[in-house]
Design a protein around this ligand. Structure first.
Ligand code: SF4
Ligand code: FE
Length: 498
């Protein structure tokens, strides 16, 4: 089957008839719901850009399974060049959407499960990798979106999965049958879940003895019986219900998160990729997180490009583009943004081949990348708010601009430099508001903090990967520790000796 067009993608999501709840009610026409639709448009961009020859090199890859061209979001990375192109593709999509385009979680999950199933089979004689290979080919052949589902609700963070008072705090196996397993639990903060054809579930923490029922990985169609979605709210989301695009700031695109509930869902064995092998759950978490921490060095940078551009436009419209402190702030924003990109590229270029044949990023550098992401977008946003000025959060509503009475007053008093229409100035300020405080701020700010793991998770990995012993050895070698000091050979400067 060929690559899907954006229209085909949206129709196939509509055909799933997912069980989605929002504001306490089931949403039937979800692809046309004003709050959901921008997130669907955003995901559709991963299909649209794949149709353009100028983006083919980034958006498409050659499947190592079939030799056919596939969307890079379904690709198993075959080289460090693939890893670099992945980051560049994500920057491009961030630039085109100014939002989280959601499809990366599936790409990162496919690559993590790919190598872990291989390692598990080698160690334990299971046949998970063969099953998973068939699944990857199915995803590639049909150009599907996969929701990589890792984060469990976790309940009491001080207790292991099997020690929780409520056993459903982590997704777990409640029944083993001849033909498959039955699972129960939930996955929280699931990016793009309601825009996905498939869900690929992975454990969220390293497991210990006693946690066997929780060490489970499987895939299932998003509309499998027993799966429901509770839509996540975003700051200022109801502006999308007001029927005008001005106050939304970025009316066409947006991100999406949902709480996905698995209420006794049956999974046939051919879709199970880990079931009880506790020693491989930690590796799966580490690899998925590593790939997704690399991803942020692309997507957040692309959104950062939009924010820097908007801040510079706001300065132009205020008539101050040449003020030295304005120029310096834009330089600082650019410096921070490109530093993030450098991290994304570096962990990709320094990647390596795994025994399973796919390529993995340098884990230390990927964690450094994400650690910086937990900080720099906040500073870039702070500087953007500085350049935008207070009007960004005190502007009247679009309805006031439309009113015969107040519209002319707004036009007159909120103008900046005279050749810029007041409406354009308002549009740019609303875009900055959207990126720093509105719906897109979920993706650009809080997700920069917690997405792909909160800051402390990266610090643990940095400590683990930093090879401190090697650094100590370097220092020892130069300091010549352990070498006896030969007092007799001490020479004094001639002048001091007199
Ligand atoms: Fe992709 Fe970034 Fe969204 Fe993650 S946060 S799914 S990497 S766009
Ligand atoms: Fe994310």
């Amino acid at each position: 089957m060929a690559l899907k067009t954006p229209r085909e993608f949206i129709q196939t999501i509509a055909d799933l008839d997912l069980e989605i709840y929002m504001f306490g009610e089931r949403v039937k026409d979800y692809v046309d719901h004003p709050i959901i639709r921008p997130s669907l448009n955003c995901m559709a961009m991963t299909y649209e850009l794949a149709q353009y020859p100028e983006y083919e090199d980034l958006m498409l890859a050659t499947s190592h399974l079939t030799g056919k061209k596939v969307n890079r979001f379904t690709h198993i990375h075959q080289s460090t060049d693939d890893l670099v192109k992945k980051v560049k593709m994500q920057r491009l999509l961030g630039q085109k959407t100014g939002s989280c385009f959601q499809r990366c979680v599936g790409m990162d999950a496919l690559n993590a499960v790919w190598s872990v199933t291989y390692d598990c089979d080698q160690a334990k004689g299971t046949d998970y990798h063969e099953r998973f290979t068939k699944y990857v080919q199915y995803i590639q052949d049909n150009d599907l979106v996969v929701d990589g589902a890792m984060t469990d609700p976790k309940g009491d963070r001080g207790k292991a999965p099997s020690q929780q008072e409520d056993p459903d705090m982590y997704v777990h196996v409640v029944e083993r049958r001849d033909d498959g397993i039955v699972v129960r639990g939930a996955k929280a903060h699931q990016t793009g879940a309601c825009n996905s054809h498939e869900i690929l579930v992975m454990p969220t923490v390293a497991m210990r003895a006693g946690d066997e029922d929780y060490a489970v990985s499987f895939s299932t169609p998003a509309n499998t019986k027993g799966i429901s979605y509770i839509y996540g709210r975003q700051s200022c989301d109801t502006r999308k219900l007001e029927g005008n695009d001005l106050d939304v700031g970025n009316a066409r695109f947006g991100g999406q998160e949902a709480l996905v509930v698995f209420d006794d869902v049956f999974i046939p064995w051919e879709r199970v990729y880990l079931c009880g092998e506790i020693e491989f759950s930690g590796a799966l978490v580490e690899r998925f997180a590593g790939y997704h921490r690399q991803s942020y060095g692309g997507c957040k940078v692309g959104v950062g490009d939009v924010l820097i551009g908007a801040a510079a436009l706001a300065a132009d419209m205020n008539g101050v583009p040449r003020a030295s402190h304005i120029k310096d702030k834009i330089i600082e924003m650019t410096h921070l943004n490109e530093t993030l990109f450098s991290c994304g590229i570096a962990c990709s270029s320094e990647g390596h081949r795994t025994p399973s044949g796919n390529y993995e990023i340098d884990l230390l550098l990927a964690n450094v990348c994400k650690q910086n992401i937990t900080r720099f977008p906040y500073e870039i946003a702070r500087l953007a708010e500085d350049l935008a000025g207070g009007l960004m959060v005190t502007m009247p509503a679009a309805q006031d601009l439309a009113s015969e009475k107040t519209g002319p007053l707004i036009e007159k008093y909120l103008v900046g430099v005279c050749d810029t229409p007041t409406l354009d100035r308002m549009r740019v300020l609303r875009l900055i508001e959207n990126l720093t405080l509105g719906t897109a701020a979920v993706g650009y700010r809080t997700e920069s903090m917690h997405g792909a793991g909160s800051p402390q998770a990266q610090r643990i990995m940095i400590a683990r990967q930093s090879n401190l012993d090697h650094k100590k050895e370097l220092a020892r070698a130069l300091a010549q520790t352990g070498r006896p000091w030969e007092k007799a050979k001490l020479t004094r400067p001639a002048a001091a000796a007199k």
